[in-house]
Design a protein around this ligand. Structure first.
Ligand code: C2E
Ligand code: MG
Ligand code: MG
Length: 617
């Protein structure tokens, strides 16, 4: 405040001179705590000394200006912050709107909402703000909405806020999550589906089974699980090649899916195993469905221009009666299925609490056998049973049949009749079989080197082994590695009805024979061997099964059978070996016929290599 008589700093004196001022008041005007401007009152005409009244007036003016200024600034900044807020809301990537819940009027909606969502959402039966079946979240309510028409998914959040005028309104934000959803579905599909057949897989089966079991608990009804395993699928796979095996699996899958009541509840568990789940709603139709499945497998499948039959064995387990956990049910159905296999395949077996002990033993057997084949076969030992040539003077030993013994650390000694079928079923016969072949050839080569160059060894080959694509190469490799003279190796095969393809079998045997090894037809007379096959198949030895020897001398049929086979064989230049000779009487009867070879307890039981060598080397 400078009056005309005031002393003033130099800068002011210059300003006063320049502007011809005589007195002045400079007042800072503050807005929001900052000096926004200066208010200046100047006198230039007369000398002036500022009075109290002047000061009061000036201060009043200042206050008025200050108020106006503050209002202006607030208004300006509100406008600009509103503009930036709007810019933000338009660009957030989701739709936002505010709605008055009382009137239903939309009070605000961003452009995204107007342009992209309004139409879609208006067409939906449920408004996104409706609170039905919404989930509570920390920040309000959440709902997922699907527009079937557009195949789009939306995540909707709604919460209450206070509107500018103080009323309570609903704020909704809507996100289009379609891309995320489609990706998620793709991943889920990959996780749930079997790649080859398009059926659901094991994982999905377990989930669905869980729900079905829960449903039966709630509804009081009953459901069932059908466990299907194709019979001898390996033969088709190995025989025709995997691509045809795949075609068959696909055909079977689509056949199963079309059975009413099965539909989507058919699962491929891996390999040639399928599960069908019967919910409590479909359960009254169980027997119909099983009949339809059976019918599906009773017809031939066309593969490679030929008709093939592929049967199945089925295990049926009911829930919750037979069990109510996923694991238990699948295990029990597997047990029932295995019983169907043991009873001769191509049939249905229902789970029965009474067969449980034998079947659990089977699972034990399976586990232990897998371990045994992993552990360098040290639980397996090859025994040798002498074969005697009764056509020569002194009836010398002509060699031995190699017979496998399994001395399991966990389960004790297990007979081959018990574990070989399971090994075949599990495919473990291949590694076990090649172990036996190698061992036996090594042994025989040793005997030949130790002064018995004509001793032969017989090795049993399972059909499963025979149908491996590279079986001929495998045998050739063992021959060359062990150095055995191939004419001293006889491979015993049993004929099986399961061999759909007789021509293929003949070809395999012919190829094996080209290596110089001999082929014996084992267990002759027990299976479906027809005499025709003997003529057609390239075999060197027929082994007459033990069951004909038990009654020889007492039973006319047995006598005639043995005699007839011996005559026939000698006519086509095939050797005959009789198995299971236990007594002198049996031997005496056979001595008179055209039989050359005898194998049985009378001459010697199966024994360790060491025992055999002590006795016969
Ligand atoms: P197989 O090939 O017919 O073997 C002959 C079976 O008859 C042997 O039983 C043998 O011990 C038994 N045997 C021999 N002489 C007599 C006798 O005088 N009286 C009686 N009661 N039995 C006699 P084993 O060793 O229990 O083998 C049973 C079957 O298991 C074999 O029948 C064969 O089919 C299979 N097997 C055994 N070892 C192997 C193998 O290394 N590989 C394959 N694939 N199968 C094998
Ligand atoms: Mg044999
Ligand atoms: Mg035999």
């Amino acid at each position: 405040m400078i009056s005309s008589d005031s002393m003033m700093p130099e800068g002011f004196a210059r300003l006063f001179a320049q502007k011809k001022l005589t007195a002045a008041v400079f007042l800072p005007v503050e807005v929001n705590g900052h000096v926004g401007m200066y208010l200046c009152f100047c006198e230039s005409e007369k000398k002036k000394k500022w009075e109290n009244a002047d000061v009061k007036f000036i201060n009043d003016v200042k206050r008025i200006i200050q108020t106006i200024l503050t209002k202006r600034i607030t208004k300006n900044s509100l406008a600009s912050s509103y503009a930036s807020l709007e810019a933000i809301l338009e660009n957030v990537g989701c739709a936002i709107y505010v709605r008055d819940p009382q009137t239903g009027h939309i009070l605000y909606a961003n452009e995204k909402y107007q342009k992209f969502f309004k139409k879609t959402l208006e067409e939906l039966p449920l408004s996104p703000v409706s609170l039905q079946d919404a989930t509570e979240t920390k920040n309000g309510l959440f709902r997922e909405i699907y527009s079937e028409k557009e195949n789009r998914w939306f995540d909707c959040y709604s919460t209450h806020i206070q509107w500018v005028d103080g009323r309570k309104v609903t704020l909704c934000t809507i996100y289009d999550v379609t891309d995320k959803k489609l990706y998620q579905q793709k991943i889920e599909k990959q996780a749930n589906n079997d790649f080859l057949t398009g059926l659901y897989n094991r994982m999905r089966c377990e989930q669905d089974l869980q729900h079905f079991v829960e449903d039966t608990h709630e509804s009081g009804g009953e459901g069932a699980l059908l466990y299907i395993d194709l019979d001898d699928f390996k033969h088709i796979n190995d025989g025709l090649g995997h691509q045809y095996g795949d075609i068959l699996l696909k055909n079977i899958s689509s056949g199963l899916k079309q059975i009413p009541g099965v539909n989507d509840n058919c699962y491929r568990m891996g390999g040639d195993e399928f599960i069908i789940l019967i919910s409590h709603k479909v359960y009254p139709n169980l027997h119909n469905i099983i009949d339809r499945i059976k019918a599906e497998f009773a017809r031939p499948w066309r593969l490679k221009g030929t008709e093939y039959y592929c049967t199945m064995s089925m295990g049926v387990v009911r829930f919750p009666t037979d069990g109510d956990t996923v694991e238990e049910l699948i295990k029990k159905a597997d047990i029932a299925m295995y019983d169907a296999k043991c009873a001769g395949k191509n049939r249905v077996a229902y789970y029965d609490e009474n067969v449980i002990s034998t079947s659990f033993k089977r699972l034990d057997l399976e586990k232990n056998m897998r371990n045994a084949t992993r552990n360098a076969f040290d639980e397996f030992e090859v025994y040798y049973q002498p074969i005697t040539d009764i056509s020569k003077p002194g009836m010398p030993c002509s060699g031995a049949e190699a017979l496998i013994r399994w001395n399991s650390r966990e389960l004790g000694v297990i007979s081959p009749t018990e574990f070989i079928p399971l090994a075949e079923y599990l495919g473990l016969i291949n590694p076990i079989g090649s172990f036996i072949l190698r061992e036996a050839c090594m042994r025989c080569k040793y005997w030949n080197d130790m002064g018995h160059p004509d001793y032969k060894v017989n090795v049993n080959l399972s059909v499963v082994q025979l149908l491996q694509n590279d079986i001929v190469e495998q045998i050739a490799e063992v021959i060359s590695e062990t150095g055995i003279d191939p004419k001293n190796l006889t491979l015993e095969v049993t004929e099986s009805l399961a061999i759909n393809d007789m021509n293929r079998m003949k070809k395999i045997l012919a190829d094996i024979k080209k290596l110089g090894v001999r082929v014996a037809l084992d267990d002759f007379g027990t299976g479906y061997s027809s005499l025709n096959h003997i003529r057609e198949m390239p075999i060197d030895v027929i082994k007459i099964d033990r069951c004909f020897i038990i009654d020889i001398g007492k039973d006319d049929f047995s006598n005639a059978f043995v005699k007839m086979v011996a005559e026939l064989a000698s006519a086509i230049d095939v050797n005959v070996c009789v198995e299971g000779v236990e007594t002198k009487e049996q031997l005496d009867i056979l001595m008179g016929s055209k039989i050359q070879l005898i194998q049985g307890f009378y001459f010697g039981r199966p024994m360790t290599a060491r025992e055999f060598e002590e006795k016969y080397l």
